[in-house]
Design a protein around this ligand. Sequence first.
Ligand code: CIR
Length: 256
Amino acid sequence: MWIAFTREVSPSITRCELTHQARSPIDLALARAQHRAYVEALVALGAEVRALPPAPELPDAVFVEDGAVVLDELAVITRPGAASRRAETESIAAALASERPLAFLREPATLDGGDVLRLGRTLYVGLGGRTNEVALEQLAALVSPHGYDVVGVPVRGCLHLKSAVTEAATGLLLVHPACVDPACFPGFRALEVDPSEPAAANVLRVGEGAIYSTSHPRTRERLERAGVRLRPVDASEVEKAEGAVTCCSLVLRARA
Ligand code: CIR
């Protein structure tokens, strides 16, 4: 059983943070319709979806992934790298408190959840701008008692580690090698994105399935040839805000 926390798209998303992309107009009504379809995809894959309180004044509040790192044993509430996003975490912490013991990253740590890729008992942490070394050390201190290793990974040319690599199926990573070196993940097979689709490395696994954006048809073919079962969603509007499918939910195993 899975729980997925989400939050509706804020009207202020038109003022979202942008780092590697130029601003282009976001259609709010379309963004919201796409978000509803994303929620339906989560439900279809077996998740119980819980909506966080709307945060209309916080432009990037739909990207709930960045506010926490949720493990089976605890949830670490982050301190996002962009100052405009720090107020997002209060409501995320309040919602997670009933599901996990909470721990908190403290100033001067900065970390976005999109920079943390859990593969087994290892947390790979992207160091590419939003997340700093202090956060990596604080995170390691919090999770090592639970048997996790924390490994820093250089990331270049994209926002987060999970813009560059995600796990598409057990043992299979979907990677954009220009942004992260696949050799950083020993023991995993790497499937490269189609070179014409640099933003295609983000896939969200839920249970036996995976949610994937329709924006990357060539990479989708590669994934399907590799046997990955995908549930396509149109994510064009959040992609204009430099978001992707993993960013819009925090998926965790429900406690027994
Ligand atoms: C930002 O720059 O923070 C947002 N506009 C996009 C965040 C996307 N989140 C993610 O990849 N985990």
